[in-house]
Design a protein around this ligand. Sequence first.
Ligand SMILES: Nc1ncnc2c1ncn2[C@@H]1O[C@H](COP(=O)(O)OP(=O)(O)OP(=O)(O)O)[C@@H](O)[C@H]1O
Length: 570
Amino acid sequence: MSRIKRSHLITAIVACLALGAAPFLLVPYPLALLTLALAYGLFAFGLDLTWGRTGVVSIGHAAFFGIGAYGSAIAIDNDIPMLVGAVGGVVLATLMAWIIGVIGLGDKTLPSTMAILTLALTLLVEQVALSWRGATGGSNGIFVPGSGVVIEYYTTALIVIIVVAVVWFWIIRGRWGRRFRAVQSNEKRAAHLGINLHATKTFSFCLSAAVASIAGATAAPVMGLVSPGVAGIILSAQVLVWLAVGGRGSIAGAFIGAGLVSIGQQYLGDAIGSWYLLVLGVVFILVVRFAPAGLTGAVRSILRRPVTESAAQGVHLDSATIRLAAPRNPSEKLVATTAAGSALEVVGVTKSYGATHVLRGVTIEVPNGEVMCLIGPNGAGKTTLLEIITGGQALNDGQIRLFDEDISTWSIHARAQAGLGMVFQIPSIFPDLTPAQNLQLASAEAKNPAPLPEVYERFLTSHSGLAVDLPLADRRALEMAMILVWNPKVILLDEPAAGLSHEESMSLARRLRTVADQTGCTLVTVEHDMEIVRELAERVVVLADGVVLVDGTMDEVSAHESVKHAYLGV
Ligand SMILES: Nc1ncnc2c1ncn2[C@@H]1O[C@H](COP(=O)(O)OP(=O)(O)OP(=O)(O)O)[C@@H](O)[C@H]1O
């Protein structure tokens, strides 16, 4: 059994023993507090599913908790089985989360939109709870006459948590878990591997709302009274503090944070009244300043656990199972990708930033299987053009065609799924994963994973150390390896030799040449180093001042008078 599994198993056994012994060791009041802390822990874990896993901050998450709590309370108040009310609350909360996610998590939506929408939701639900007196009891709330037997509430809370945990482990061991991990680590790379950011974040937000409402439904009988505050802004702020204190991205962090702070604030509230909110605020500021990864993150870094144990953060990334095609005979070319015709066409593309006209009617056709270099002086618009091709920037006019299909309005992930790979000037990898895990994520998202060229095979067995700690040349090589196993038809490279020594650059150029020869992939490379261009390019396009100046072989281009003047500085 690996160390990661052993340590998780030991933690789980210790937690189960402690929780199993609690009813025998505690008198009813502390046991009720512990039950409430477990429900709050589940609530914080729900928030973690969106904030900790895909980076979506919800500042009104108590709305979902409140909907679950009111679901249970209204059902009991009307002699309907509590389970029916709880399920109704969970369905309603999930539906609302889906609507908010669809509106607020679009690729072109600002991150602040989600903050505003979730804030509005918590205010709205609290207001509805206040005003709809017939159902909610208004400001008095609803008294929830449960059995009064604390041990029953405690057992129910434990069973609910175990069921949620089992479902969660089942989800994260599959493709959604991998996608959450990819988005959490590097959104840009995730999108360029064809992962739909909107769908992934919306799914995590819906899961998060469902778990928060389950927590609310579980907490209702323990709280005894469900009033508008359970859906309000104060509880929404508190759960953010619990999770920040406990640490995001781990189940333990959510429960420890919620347990410590909620039980602490209960005793503190008895002692100093509502001043406890001030103490909570100070704790939050101190944690954000001195332990941004929360208590669990701090403990992990003190213990200095090997990165292979902590890097996956519970997501099943078993690099031993990297999906690769069988090694290809080096002399064999992919017939499918070397068919005649255009791989990529840029047709009359214009782009302006305000009064700055960056691209002014650029037209370039790249035949299938060609290696083309795009050169030009600084500020010519080369990077902008690559971003427009991949969907990172919108064009003002013109068209981008990939294998005869107009992709001008497609999102980044749709273009990636159509076969467009991108290598960035600053390597875009999953920094907090090992190199082998980087490859695992890339190959898992591939429609047809490709064999990895021999020069990159060392990464397959690179299980220790994080990708972020690799030297620049290795990070570039790793990014290229990820792109190659993912198997695009067209690869765009933005200054792939930037920051490399002369020898590293020349070796990179030879490697790219081999890759092009072996895979039949179309390569479009922005490059400044003329030696690399000469080694690599079958064709050179010179861009200057937003227009194509010359288009031809390296010899034709370097003989051109305007190129000598505009670019070679002659
Ligand atoms: N987001 C932006 N907002 C405003 N202007 C921009 C933006 N991005 C690029 N530009 C401008 O567009 C022009 C072209 O930039 P771009 O990075 O595409 O040039 P480049 O040919 O890649 O240059 P280099 O070789 O230096 O990387 C520059 O004048 C730049 O300042």
